[in-house]
Design a protein around this ligand. Structure first.
Ligand code: HEC
Ligand code: HEC
Length: 289
């Protein structure tokens, strides 16, 4: 039952005027720091919900007077990155490939672009890491058919190999069997000789006869010791790395009717900066010269 408001003699605070069986209720105010924090939070909440997206509606929401949205923010970031990449790719386009390699910032952009380009366009034939497979050369080793310098690789990718482009790398191993340039017996002899060069000599083979056939018909392209010749893209035969495999049957087939491997010219599909990028990437796989 309400009684009159008076001062409590112990605490010196006012009472609320409520009293139960002689117990009177003190009127203790909220601490000031608490109260001001509450007011500040209310003000902050109002300002925030006016500036930023806040109140939901039926078909949308209140966007806030600043027009901020995480989606537009991300879109802007992506545009900025694309613009940055575009600037770098423009520089790469106008720069000799060796200079791109000397520029750490451009090289990083090029290797990223090159890796993506390789996965999209080259992996199907050359393998995910450039590890190659029969008829498709390894790009991650230091054995090169046409050359492993940056400029060589760039040219190979740009115009291709036997691609039909006028600037393509071309050479034709003659069809020694199919065109009857060699007798069947000579093909067997020179195949034995090639197997010896491969380091897999055939027991009882007459390599002297094969050596003669080789010197007269093959050395012009493959080198007198079978060391290969990049001018013709003629693989080294005195080697453990082979384009088509190392069985005698494969060798006989190649001499009889050469495969004449084709690599597309990429200048019709990829722009010059992208070709430079993928050339730098291939060069970086481990065997670049
Ligand atoms: C359709 C299959 C195919 C695709 C796709 C392909 N290549 Fe090739 N590539 C070949 C063949 C086949 C050769 C070897 C041709 C020959 O000389 O006998 C070759 C050779 C090369 C060489 C020369 C290697 C050397 O030892 O000199 C390079 C470099 C190369 N390719 C890079 C690429 C790059 C980079 C891409 C993607 C942009 C690519 N290739 C896509 C089939 C392909
Ligand atoms: C006009 C140059 C030329 C002449 C001459 C030539 N070759 Fe070739 N040879 C090539 C080229 C280029 C290739 C690889 C390209 C292809 O055919 O796909 C090759 C590939 C080969 C291969 C496959 C190598 C591998 O790594 O798998 C063998 C084996 C070979 N030649 C043997 C011979 C023999 C034996 C002769 C002589 C009877 C001969 N070649 C004459 C150019 C020549």
């Amino acid at each position: 039952m309400p009684t009159k408001i008076e001062k409590d003699s112990v605490t010196g605070r006012e009472t609320t005027g409520h009293e139960w069986d002689g117990l009177r209720e003190l009127n203790t105010p909220l601490p000031k720091w608490w109260l001001y924090t509450l007011y500040a939070s209310i003000v902050f909440a109002i300002v925030y919900s006016v500036l930023y997206p806040s109140v939901p509606g039926i078909t949308g929401y209140f966007h806030g007077v600043l027009g901020y949205s995480t989606r537009t923010q991300v879109a802007a970031d992506v545009r900025a990155m694309a613009a940055q990449r575009g600037v770098s790719m423009d520089k790469i386009k106008d720069m000799p490939i060796e200079q791109v390699r000397e520029n750490p910032q451009l090289l990083a952009v090029a290797l990223t672009a090159g890796r993506i380009t390789f996965a999209e366009n080259c992996q199907a034939c050359h393998g995910a890491g450039g590890e190659g497979r029969p008829a498709y050369p390894v790009l991650a080793d230091d054995v090169w058919l046409w050359g492993g310098k940056l400029a060589d690789i760039q040219q190979t990718i740009t115009y291709g190999i036997r691609s039909g482009h006028p600037d393509a790398r071309v050479s034709q191993m003659p069809r020694f069997g199919a065109d009857a340039i060699l007798q069947p017996a000579q093909i067997q002899q020179v195949a034995d000789y090639v197997m010896a060069l491969y380091g897999k000599p055939v027991a009882g083979a007459d390599t002297a006869a094969g050596a003669t056939v080789f010197a007269e018909n093959c050395a012009a392209c493959h080198g007198d010791k079978g060391q290969g010749n990049r001018e013709f893209g003629a693989p080294a035969l005195a080697s453990q790395v082979h384009l088509y495999g190392d069985t005698r049957a494969v060798v006989v087939a190649q001499i009889t009717n050469p495969r004449q491997g084709v690599m597309p010219n990429w200048n019709v599909r990829l722009d010059p900066a992208t070709i430079k990028s993928v050339a730098l990437y291939v060069h970086s796989l481990g065997g670049g010269e």
